[in-house]
Every structure is written in structure tokens, then in C-alpha cells.
Design a binder for this molecule. Structure first.
Ligand code: TYC
Length: 131
């Protein structure tokens, strides 16, 4: 059979409903969807863990034990028993951890301890290292 230009051949059944488009495709076509519908956008929160830094005390031969215990209580919020245990660990092993903090908090602790030790003319050293 010959076909004129306006004739169409239907092959099979026409779709009963328009194909469902994904929200993104409909938005691109500026098609808000059927009335009474809403597009719900789910936002996935990206939580990143901050870099953490260990604050350490170093042993020396001159800083009084009592001063180190006081430093641990005052700047690292340790109770007296914990402070004494950390001080003895540093005394016996040469180095010990006072706490783990984000960069700016760790930096502040180091500065506070170094300033306080210098003020009292003790050679106590406090450093930070990336975990
Ligand atoms: N070694 C010191 C002393 O015998 C005590 C001390 C402990 C000093 C810990 C520093 O970080 C330190 N007096």
C-alpha cells in the first residue's frame, strides 16, 4: 500500500499513559508534574571528621613533679590522680599524652603550657603531633 505524508502507521497499542519521567528530566523540560504533586529533594549531609592532634608533655630533669601535676589539672582538666599518673608516665618514659584535640585547641594548649612554664622559669616542653 502507498502512504501519503500525513498518514501514520500504528504499530501495536499506543501507550495508555505518558511515560513517567524522572524529576530531573521533567525539571529540564520545565514540567512541574501533575497538579497536587511536589518534588521532595533529599539532601545528604556530608559529615567530615576533623583532623586530630595529640598534645604531649616531654620529660626534663628540672621541672618539679608538682608543677607538672598542676599543669595537667589546670590546662588539661585532669583530676589529681589522673594528672599524677600522666606525670609519672612522662617522668619514666620521657614523653606522654595529655589529650587529643582539634588543631586550634591543641595549639592553644601548647601555647598555654609553654607560656605558663616560662613564666615560672621551668624548662617543661609541650608539643603537638598529628594523629
Ligand atoms: N623529671 C622531673 C623530675 O624528676 C619531673 C617531670 C615529669 C618533668 C614530667 C617534666 O613532663 C615532665 N622533677
Amino acid at each position: 500500500m502507498m502512504l501519503s505524508t500525513n498518514q501514520r502507521i500504528e504499530v501495536g497499542r499506543p501507550p495508555a499513559v505518558a511515560p513517567r519521567l524522572a524529576d530531573d528530566d521533567r525539571r529540564r523540560r520545565n514540567d512541574p508534574g501533575s497538579p497536587g504533586t511536589a518534588v521532595i529533594t533529599k539532601t545528604k549531609t556530608q559529615t567530615k571528621r576533623p583532623n586530630l592532634y595529640r598534645v604531649l608533655l616531654l620529660n626534663d630533669d628540672y621541672t618539679p613533679m608538682e608543677f607538672v601535676v598542676h599543669v595537667l589539672e589546670r590546662f588539661f582538666n585532669k583530676d589529681r590522680e589522673t594528672a599524677y599518673r600522666i606525670m609519672m608516665h612522662v617522668h619514666q618514659h620521657g614523653i606522654g599524652e595529655c589529650g587529643i584535640y582539634t588543631y586550634e585547641v591543641a595549639e592553644t594548649k601548647v601555647t598555654q603550657v609553654m607560656d605558663f612554664s616560662r613564666k615560672h622559669q621551668h624548662p617543661l616542653q609541650c608539643v603537638m603531633e598529628k594523629k
